[in-house]
Design a protein around this ligand. Structure first.
Ligand code: SER
Length: 880
């Protein structure tokens, strides 16, 4: 047995199974093409359709082999605590869809494990488990030379594998490596399956024979299949002679990133070690999740991402790491794993920006949350933290609940999880009540009716790609959530037809409007939605007569509105393509709205789109549509479409047959929407706004054809008004406006100077009139009119600078109808007996005021302007 790097094992495995006739395929995205799963958690996920034979695998091969990136967080509390648990891991797999089965699989697994060309593990340290009654597999292992006492039977919990509650599954046989008695529990009963670390399961071979049904029963699959998974980190630990995943080459170098950040040494303190492991593991999950298009959010996989990131950030913070730091892991991860997973290299910048902005956002509240928690803990008179407090930490400060639990657990305190769950449920209820608008509520309450309608009537046939008008039959009517036989004049309801030209809102494109009529009635279609996939519900208002189930009707889409929608839809594709060409391939659609009036497009990008970039995108899009390119729309297999580089949306579920919308070489996208036949129909594309939609997501809004015309016409009229106001031609508006602004500024400056000079002159006159004080220094005693206290201090500065000898002043002014006064003297005047504080004290009562200050400067305010003269007199009496 010799030391092997993670990279070497990965490559040897894939080569080995290629040599057995398997096709090497890339890892699939962490966002599974499977609505029953939140995240890709096993190698078999991308192969489900082949196990079920809804798709056939390439017949040239006996099966497939992959290294699959996986995320599992079901046992997040164990991650970092043990050496075995990871939230992100790589799974080496090989898969057969009816071609090879147990005999070949067991023989190959044994060969790869023991042959010195490959792993070369000592046979005497290998143990095998099989599902309880699987005698056949026991015989196979024995025939390969495995002694009987190295084979044991385990029950359903250990040796029957399922990806989820339903779907392909089957009994399995696992291979364990004996790490030696010294790492075990020492119990005489210790054997594979024991909770201790002695026997490490590294390879799971599933004999995928069944399709798990909703009711729990097992239906046999058409063929007998193979799904195997070998944890790459685990086998790396074995091959590198260590008993902990985090001591293997890749993970150890990520632990080292944390050592550097926190300036600590791994393996000196168990608590610190755990934090370093959590940071290394979670940073890897976060990096790969963002690379696959997942963004932090408060639900679904976005929340899994957010929780992992926040838990890592808190661990780092508690180790004393300051500021955003996860990106240091990203750099190392890209270096270590980028050659196998190019998506982390391609999306590196996006990953960095999203992580940093999420870290900054959380960092701001994290400290406050910690203070809040500290306070709650110090006031605790039991050993349980109130669930409401835990909820507030979650809701206001963004603490994932397990983080709160961990911090509490360190102090021997538990968290009232029931109270937390109750507070959470209450909040969800409040949010639901608050956001449901009436119309939405009305549609959604019909939910179960629509499911029944779909079952009973089947899918609505959509003919609206080719025609806007057709004859149809009314299959069902719904009014106020109930099925009815007819809808009469004045009533609102829904019409379900057998065939329809109305597009039901989907993929961002709004639903069609129009009319449905028959000899006995006429209804306006206000909107069309698909409350169940495949079922079109026409929301109508009956204007005349009535419409009944069974009626033959004529269904007619508002063609003008539809034309505007199709222009905006094709324009959205053109903009998407132009954005990718100008900004880079990291641009991925995150959402869209395509209506008759405008379009909105949300996409991943890490900075504001600059003015120059926007101009470049808009110009490229317009130059392209002006080439009047015919669009081509065709159906093909998903695989074929992907292979030919068609843009598909991350996280979007596609069937096996997909619809490709092509506008020349410029844009090719999977899409089910309505499009123009030739790009010239779009007329013109005008971007009207660009802004932020969420962290790492930008939003542009644009208008086309008539919408663009209206927008430009409005701009023109604004421009013409400006030109007329500025008395110049349109071309000269900008120069004239700039010149005018400059002129206004100059005039304002000149006016200010003139005023200052004028007041300076007035003050000069006061200096001329200065009188001689008893102490022999000049003093100005005057009412300077209207001024605030700042202006009054300035006045003193001017007077001081213009006096022929160092002197003093007593100034009174009116500010907002109230008298204010200032007395001030130079050092020389003060030395000669001037005392500003005393002067103010003496004269302020004349204006019903008070105040004081130092001998060199004092101020006061009063209430009575009629006392100003008396105050001046009093000052003269005192000083002259
Ligand atoms: N699907 C099985 C597992 O995940 C074997 O690949 O363990």
């Amino acid at each position: 047995m010799r030391y092997m790097t993670t990279a070497e094992i990965r490559e040897k495995y894939l080569q080995f199974f290629e040599s057995k006739g398997c096709k090497r395929l890339p890892s699939s995205s962490l966002i599974p093409d499977d609505p029953s799963l939140l995240l890709t958690s096993a190698g078999m996920v991308q192969f489900k359709p082949y196990f079920l034979h809804v798709k056939e695998f390439d017949p040239q091969y006996v099966g497939a082999t992959t290294v699959q990136k996986c995320v599992r967080t079901n046992d997040i509390e164990n991650i970092g605590v043990t050496g075995r648990h990871l939230s992100f891991f790589e799974m080496l797999g090989n898969f057969s869809f009816g071609k090879y089965f147990k005999h070949e699989m067991c023989a190959w697994a044994y060969e790869f494990s023991t042959d010195p060309e490959y792993l070369g593990l000592p046979a005497e340290r290998l143990y095998f488990t099989v599902f309880e009654d699987d005698d056949e597999t026991i015989e196979i292992w024995k025939s390969l030379g495995v002694p009987e006492d190295h084979i044991s039977r385990l029950g359903e919990d250990d040796n029957f594998w399922r990806a989820g509650p339903t779907g392909p599954c089957g009994p399995c046989s696992e291979i364990y490596f004996d790490q030696g008695p010294e790492v075990g529990c020492g119990s005489p009963d210790c054997k594979p399956g024991c909770d201790c670390d002695r026997f490490l399961e590294y390879w799971n071979c599933v004999f995928t024979q069944f399709d798990g049904q909703e009711d729990g029963s097992l239906a046999p699959l058409i063929t007998k299949n193979i799904d195997t998974g070998m944890g790459l980190e685990r086998i790396a630990a074995i091959m590198q002679g260590v008993t902990n995943n985090y001591d293997t080459d890749v993970l150890r170098s990520l632990v080292a990133v944390g050592e550097g950040l926190a300036n600590v040494v791994y393996k000196t303190d168990p608590g610190v070690d755990m934090s370093l492991r959590i940071m290394a593991d979670h940073a890897r999950s976060v990096t790969f999740m963002i690379a696959d298009g997942i963004l932090p959010s408060n639900e679904g996989r976005g929340y899994v991402l957010r929780r992992l990131l926040r838990r890592a950030v808190m661990k780092g913070h508690l180790l004393g790491v300051e500021g955003p730091f996860i990106n240091q892991y990203v750099d190392q991860i890209v270096q270590l794993m980028g050659h196998v997973y190019p998506e982390i290299v391609e999306n590196r910048e996006t990953i960095r920006v999203i992580i940093e902005s999420e870290e900054k956002r959380f960092g701001a509240t994290m400290r406050q949350g910690q203070a809040f928690l500290e306070e709650a803990l110090s006031g605790l008179d039991s050993d349980t933290l109130n669930g409401q407090v835990a909820f507030k930490l979650h809701d206001t400060y963004g603490f994932p609940i397990e983080v709160t639990e961990e911090i509490c657990a360190e102090r021997g305190i538990s968290v009232d999880m029931e109270g937390f769950a109750a507070a959470m449920a209450q909040q969800k209820e409040r949010a639901r009540a608050a956001t449901k608008d009436d119309a939405e509520a009305a549609w959604s309450t019909y939910g179960s009716i629509h499911a029944d309608l779909l079952k009973e009537l089947g899918a609505t046939q959509f003919v609206g790609y080719d025609t806007l008008h057709c004859s149809a039959r009314v299959l069902a009517l719904v009014c106020a959530g109930q099925r009815v036989d007819s809808l009469a004049d004045g009533q609102d309801g829904e019409i379900i037809l057998d065939v329809t030209p109305f597009y039901a809102e989907m993929g961002g494109e709004v639903g069609d409007t129009g009319t449905i009529s028959c000899p006995g009635g006429f209804a306006q279609v206000i909107d069309t939605k698909a409350p169940e996939k495949g079922l079109s519900a026409h929301r109508v208002h009956v204007v005349e007569g009535s419409i009944a189930v069974g009626d033959e009707v004529s269904a007619s889409v508002d063609g003008q509105r539809r034309a505007l929608i199709t222009r905006n839809h094709t324009a959205t594709h053109v903009l998407h393509a132009a954005l990718r060409k100008v900004l880079g391939d990291h641009v991925a659609q995150k959402g869209s709205y395509v209506g008759p009036d405008r379009l909105r497009f949300d996409f991943t990008h890490f900075a504001a789109v600059s003015r120059d970039e926007l101009v470049a995108v808009e110009q490229m899009a317009n130059e392209f549509i002006a080439q009047a390119v015919d669009t081509t729309i065709y159906e093909t297999s998903l695989e074929q479409a992907r292979n030919s580089g068609v843009t598909a949306l991350f996280g979007e579920k596609y069937g096996d047959t997909v619809r490709v919308v092509e506008a020349g070489e410029f844009s090719r996208e999977l899409c089910g929407g309505c499009h123009v036949a030739n790009t010239s129909e779009i007329g013109i594309i005008k971007i009207v706004s660009e802004g932020s939609a969420a962290a790492g997501v930008r939003r542009i809004e644009a208008v086309t054809s008539l919408g663009a015309y209206e927008y430009l016409a409005k701009l023109e009229s604004v421009l013409l008004s400006a030109a007329s106001a500025l008395h110049c031609s349109v071309d000269a508006v900008a120069d004239r406006a700039l010149a005018s602004v400059k002129q206004v500024k100059e005039l304002q400056k000149a006016a200010k100077e003139a005023k200052a000079n004028a007041s300076g002159d007035a003050l000069g006159a006061l200096v001329q009139d200065a009188r001689l004080a008893k102490g022999g220094y000049p003093v100005v005693i005057a009412n300077i009119g209207s001024a605030d206290s700042g202006a009054m201090r300035n006045a003193w500065d001017v007077i001081k600078s213009r006096m022929s000898a160092p002197g003093a002043a007593v100034l009174i002014a009116v500010n907002n109808d109230k008298p204010i006064m200032l007395a001030a003297g130079t050092d020389e005047a003060v030395a000669a007996g001037f005392n500003a504080g005393a002067v103010i004290k003496a004269i302020a009562p004349c204006v019903a005021g008070g105040g004081g200050g130092k001998p060199s400067m004092a101020q006061a305010g009063g209430k009575d302007v009629s006392g100003i003269e008396a105050a001046l007199d009093a000052a003269a009496q005192m000083l002259l």
